[in-house]
Design a binder for this molecule. Sequence first.
Ligand code: AMP
Length: 240
Amino acid sequence: MADTQNTTNADPTAAAPASTAPRLDVLLLGAPGSGKGTLAALLVKELGIPHVATGDLFRENLKANTELGRLAKSYMDQGQLVPDDVTARMVADRMSRSDVARGFILDGFPRTLPQASALGDILAGLGRRVLAVFHMRISDEVIIARLGARLICRQCQTPYNLVTMRPRKEGICDKCGGELYQRDDDKPETVGARLKVYHTQTAPLIEHYTRAGLVHEVAADGPLDAMVRQVLDTLRSLPR
Ligand code: AMP
């Protein structure tokens, strides 16, 4: 199991070396369509740290037709998870970039217990640890309705919703002018498989991180601004 509470200072009065000072290393945990990406985009603006979404990283690889992208596609098309070792390597690589120095909002990783363990190892190797996990609580019924109406930008991956968050111009991204499309895996035939994977493989992480004292519940079917406020207030209240 991941040692997410990696404490290194026996003497609480001693100043922590810079490398062990916890950053804003934040996880968003929730089913597909729970609004992780939408919430993350707003948090990025408030906190000035990057949004790291493994689904986006796979889709970027797919678009660039890399070997990783081609491998990931075979799993993504089925609504299944890309193997843990492949995914963890991609995350370790992303964590080595300088833009995460002050923290990150990790969305879509970890999705399995071995991935949680891998993340603990990756962060420990960098003298870091998970600061907080926000669990986006929402029913499957709301998710199925949401995903059926979701479009994303082919270029910058910004999500839209034809019912609740329409783009200003039909089919065009407000932010970058890119083309909006429905992800293949948001089609009803794949959504069921993704939800099943979530409940069997990812939901156990809620208990895993609850045991580590890191989980904060977020009502993901509520207003977005309330969610942002809750996350920011929580982060402000945490000892760092
Ligand atoms: P998402 O955009 O987060 O819904 O991810 C889309 C798809 O990418 C998933 O259904 C998986 O096939 C793959 N994927 C994303 N993140 C992971 C992960 N942490 N582990 C394995 N597969 C992943």
